[in-house]
Write a protein that binds this ligand. Structure first.
Ligand code: FE2
Length: 719
């Protein structure tokens, strides 16, 4: 796979007016043009509101020389080496996860003819220059081994020792090389160098623990326990249980040969000595001294900056795009511009759920087929798809090549799902949009209604806290604010408690915990722990984030169910298809009449550009047991959902029963639209469905959902 011929990313996704954004471009042509647009709409469906871009003058506008920038995938470690004693022993524990014939370097030395250890399905292999020896007993996937290289008397001995339980499989053995290694300068972990480096090849898919260099010959048959060694025996001990939240590699030996990890391998992983008596790495870091490396990890493309977008303080807040054009190629990178620091320029803010955009970044759904490609061509959908560009890094909704789940997502790369005109589903009833392009339905609706709004994002909320929200009378979420850190969830809660007014216009929001880290900027970590509706499953004992030690998974499992914040929470999911709501009897109460003023009929929202209905795909329900406030008013409930909808997994105890007795025998497949007021003049409106905003543009923005939301936002804006 190769990088798209013209593609860019920015050093940040949002900035306040008066700030600046660095733009990094890879262009295979001789030059390209760059300019600025305001993105008003991002829907490629010719029957929908379209893609609307307005030209905006910008100082960076102009022509630039093109250059191809590279991406080097694959995580590994780099440590320096010092002059070795005459006799030495090199040892490392390895757990290979993918032995399908592709070369898997466990470690390698740079210097002279080099030295490299490889894992193969037929046994460990030692290479020195052109000389190779291999143990003749197999290595098995997901089984721990200690590999030892002993240098003595002008030859090298390779020893393979199985560490995990004995399955009756003979997978220990030895091999010899009658050469010695040249003095090395550097050691790579989980990779081999291309030439003298720093580019690597043969990335390991699997785990390493306790790389060691020891003085003299250690040829005991039993595995080496580094903590039990006398300090005088150590030449170097790279102990991965130290500095787990960072990318630092610390050497506990006398020479201080500290190094670093590259491209975000996963830390806080169970090592060979994990016993199962501890489930949280902070309680016994020594049991979590393993690092899981992947050939497809990617943290930072580290492209050179082509130009800087200095945002004038006078530029109105909104969604903009940095457009680059070369020949027939075009890329538009969205950026959110906030008002100048300390100010708001509207009563309403749209809180774009950029953490969720980031978690889904470059998600390769399993639907990239002929019908997708046909619609892509027919509609002029954004031309690049994650399935065709894995070099841009995976999504946390995907697996690594070795079958482990992807736990990190970085902004330091082009994100194909964060583009105007990108499509997620072939939607027979609508546009099939998710995330950024779907949320632009809401942004365009505000423009059409003449409601002034500012753009803010999850990233800004984390940076600025409650102060960001409290400048607005009313904050609107996008269609899917699923992922929250402890900080963003608390800021929203605290702002509501002080009188904030929130319109939650999506489904499956406030659902899953993620972590950020100052040691690894621009990255989210998540663990797909225990149960819940999820793309992969973390392994036992690996449910706590390496970044912050927080417990990964559903907020519901940490007594922060979404119902406590917004009155509704995830209840059911089907394919990307929608239905309608039906008003409740309660909704006809006189004190709720303002919400439905001008909304015709009892059955509402059976139309839309997302799955053909305002209540669809992912649905939320009110549930007092999970925290829906007692004063919440049920305005409408969806019905008529297709047979492919099912209840969330966290609501099932056994396949035929629900987790909460209060729900039985309710099928739980419904969206609840609720409204409630809070103590200090605040209020919450929740739509309870991920496809709600897709109905706003229907019939040229003249429809029941549009009228209803206009009533809510108008009321929320008043003092
Ligand atoms: Fe989601």
């Amino acid at each position: 796979m190769s990088i798209p011929p013209l593609i860019a990313y920015t050093d940040r996704w949002s900035v306040r007016a008066g700030g600046s954004i660095e733009v990094k471009v890879s262009c295979s042509s001789a030059n390209y043009r760059a300019d600025l647009v305001r993105i008003r709409s991002a829907d490629p469906n010719p029957a929908g509101p379209g893609q609307l871009f307005e030209d905006v003058p910008a100082a960076f506008e102009g022509s630039y020389p093109g250059r191809s920038q590279q991406i080097h995938n694959g995580s590994h470690g780099i440590v320096p080496l010092a002059a070795l004693p005459q006799d030495w022993t090199l040892s490392v524990r390895v757990q290979p996860w993918l032995l399908d014939g592709r070369p898997q370097a466990i470690l390698s030395w740079i210097g002279g003819k080099g030295l490299a250890l490889y894992a193969t399905a037929s046994g460990a292999e030692l290479r020195v220059g052109e000389a190779v020896c291999r143990v003749t007993t197999p290595m098995l996937e997901r089984r721990w081994y200690e590999l030892r290289v002993i240098c003595s008397g002008g030859s090298l001995r390779l020893v393979q020792i199985p560490l995990t339980m004995d399955w009756g499989v003979g997978d220990g053995g030895e091999a010899r090389l009658s050469v010695t290694a040249d003095p090395p300068t550097t050691m790579l972990l989980a990779a081999a160098p291309v030439g003298a480096g720093p580019v690597c090849r043969d990335h390991l898919n699997g785990r390493l623990e306790h790389p060691l260099l020891l003085q003299g010959v250690v040829d005991a048959a039993s595995p080496i326990e580094p903590a039990a060694l006398p300090p005088t025996a150590l030449f170097a001990w790279w102990d991965f249980s130290l500095n787990i939240p960072t990318q630092a590699i610390s050497d506990r030996g006398p020479h201080g040969l500290h190094g670093e990890l590259v491209n975000l391998p996963t830390r806080a992983m169970r090592g060979a000595s994990w016993r199962g008596d501890v489930l949280r790495w902070l309680d016994a870091p020594d049991q979590y001294a393993a690092v899981h490396f992947h050939q497809d990890d990617l943290y930072d493309c580290a492209w050179e900056t082509d130009f800087i977008f200095d945002v004038p303080a006078s530029l109105p807040s909104g969604v903009y795009g940095i457009r680059i054009i070369s020949g027939n190629e075009q890329d538009i990178v969205p950026v959110f511009i906030l008002p100048p620091a300390g100010t708001a320029t509207a009563k309403v803010a749209v809180l774009f759920p950029t953490y969720t955009y980031q978690v889904y970044a470059n998600f390769e759904r399993d639907n990239f087929d002929d019908s997708f490609r046909a619609r892509r061509a027919e509609w002029g959908v954004y031309p690049y798809h994650p399935a065709e560009h894995k070099e841009l890094g995976l999504s946390t909704y995907n697996w690594h090549a070795d079958g482990s789940g992807v736990a990190f997502s970085s902004l330091r790369r082009p994100v194909l799902t964060f583009r105007p005109g990108q499509m997620a589903y072939v939607d027979r009833k609508g546009s099939g949009l998710r995330h950024f392009p779907a949320d632009m339905h809401l942004a365009l609706w505000l423009d059409k209604m003449g409601i002034a709004w500012d753009a803010i994002t999850d990233h800004d909320l984390e940076r600025e806290g409650v102060a960001l929200l409290s400048r607005y009378r009313c904050v609107l979420t996008g269609s899917h604010p699923e992922y929250q850190t402890l900080a963003t969830l608390n800021f929203l809660r605290d702002w509501l408690a002080e009188g904030g007014r929130l319109a939650y216009l999506g489904g499956n929001g406030f659902y899953w915990r993620v972590a950020t880290s100052s040691a690894v900027p621009d990255t989210l970590e998540l663990r797909r722990s225990e149960g819940g509706t999820r793309a992969w499953a973390a392994d036992p004992g690996e449910y706590y984030h390496a970044f912050d030690g927080g417990y990964g998974g559903l907020w519901r499992r940490q007594d922060r169910a979404p119902q406590r914040l917004v009155g509704v929470g995830f209840t059911a999911q089907g394919r990307f298809e929608g239905s309608h709501y039906r008003r409740t009897e309660e909704s006809y109460a006189a004190d709720l009449a303002w919400i439905f003023a001008g909304v015709d009929g009892d059955c509402i929202g059976g139309f839309g550009f997302s799955g053909g209905g305002a209540a669809g795909f992912e649905l939320d329900r009110a549930d007092p047991v999970l925290g829906t406030p007692p004063n919440a008013r049920l305005l409408a409930r969806s019905e008529g959902h297709q047979a492919h909808f099912g209840v969330t997994l966290e609501d099932l105890l056994v396949p035929t029963a629900y987790a909460l007795p209060s729900n039985m025998p309710d099928p739980l497949i419904r969206s609840d639209m609720v409204y409630f007021e809070t103590a200090k003049g605040g209020a919450v409106f929740s739509a309870g469905s991920i496809t709600f905003c897709g109905s706003l543009p229907w019939n040229n923005f003249d429809n029941q959902i549009s009228v209803l939301l206009r009533n809510v936002v108008t009321r929320f804006m008043t003092d």
